[in-house]
Design a protein around this ligand. Structure first.
Ligand code: C2E
Ligand code: MG
Ligand code: MG
Ligand code: MG
Length: 283
């Protein structure tokens, strides 16, 4: 049965690929219901300013705790949603939750910001701009409290359209971050053009930082490059105190990782890291 007409001739599909498609379609068929039922939810992971130890933000990370299958790997269902046209629905849900959370946090700390991952597919149309504008208005959130994380290849793939949208979002005051930096193939020309405020170095660099002098050199020059281009640096995957210390000494501004805090429910986040008004008083 796993056959189809392609390019004029019948081909047997790779059975595993067919299985993956069926699994994706059956799972995504439950998406709306899972959102309504609260099985899809958003976890928040703290971002720490390394110089002061202050928690200055959080990354929103989507979770699906399936009623019968248990937790599903986010990378897996996000990829399914991207591939089968449901990423707009999923992102709208995450953005709304993140904006609600951010609105609660900035009431205590005006400098607090929440990061949301934006898939490359969403940079192909203007819809994302309207989506962002709507949630900001709905939650009366200043645009500067929202950071959109875009992988370094994403903005390249879609070319001019993506770049225009990113410039429009920047003009609204939304912050932009280049996610998973160092895993793609971005050129210096591209890095200069993309209107980002933040460079988020992929976790593989933090992981090997202590053991690899080469990666230390790469991290140092990446930080310098980011600063030259007017961006601050976030290191993801900070798993030890030693890594945190080394990054701080290198001038990396912000760290994120299990050593600082795991992704968690927003209520737990507020319990543990509750933004304090004192920072607001400092300006
Ligand atoms: P990402 O945006 O690079 O998110 C960081 C990932 O690293 C998260 O995985 C996080 O749980 C994990 N992480 C955090 N600290 C550490 C650490 O110290 N060590 C290690 N080894 N890992 C750490 P997660 O939550 O499984 O998400 C995987 C990817 O799925 C994300 O990578 C992002 O690309 C995507 N994703 C998650 N939520 C969303 C979403 O709402 N929308 C979109 N489009 N993509 C999302
Ligand atoms: Mg991210
Ligand atoms: Mg990342
Ligand atoms: Mg990623």
């Amino acid at each position: 049965h796993a056959a189809s007409e392609e390019g004029g001739c019948w081909k047997i599909h790779d059975p595993s690929a067919t299985g993956a498609r069926e699994w994706a379609l059956s799972l995504l068929g439950e998406l709306d219901q899972a959102i309504d039922a609260g099985h899809i939810w958003v976890a928040y992971q703290p971002k720490m300013e390394l110089a002061t130890g202050a928690i200055v933000g959080a990354e929103a990370l989507v979770r699906w705790t399936h009623a019968t299958r248990g937790p599903i790997d986010p990378a897996e269902f996000v990829e399914m949603a991207e591939r089968h046209g449901r990423i707009d629905r999923l992102t709208a849900f995450v953005l709304n939750d993140a904006a609600r959370a951010a609105a609660a946090a900035v009431a205590y700390d005006p400098g607090f910001a929440i990061s949301v991952n934006i898939s490359p597919q969403l940079l192909a149309t203007r819809e994302v701009v309207d989506m962002v504008r709507r949630v900001l208005r709905k939650h009366r959130l200043p645009a500067s409290a929202l950071v959109l994380e875009i992988t370094e290849t994403a903005a390249m793939v879609e070319g001019q359209t993506a770049l225009k949208l990113l410039e429009e979002l920047r003009a609204m005051g939304v912050e932009l971050s280049i996610d998973d930096y160092g895993t793609g193939m971005s050129t210096l020309a591209y890095l200069r053009r993309i209107p980002a405020n933040e460079l988020k170095v992929d976790k593989r660099f933090a992981a090997s930082l202590l053991s690899s002098p080469e990666d230390q050199a790469v991290m140092r020059s990446t930080i310098e490059l980011a600063h030259t281009l007017g961006m601050h640096v976030v290191a993801e995957g900070v798993e030890t105190a030693e890594t945190l210390q080394m990054l701080r000494a290198m001038g990396c501004e912000i760290g994120q990782g299990y050593h600082i805090g795991r992704p968690m429910e927003w209520l737990s986040f507020m319990d543990i890291f509750s933004p304090r008004p004192s920072r607001a008083a400092d300006g």
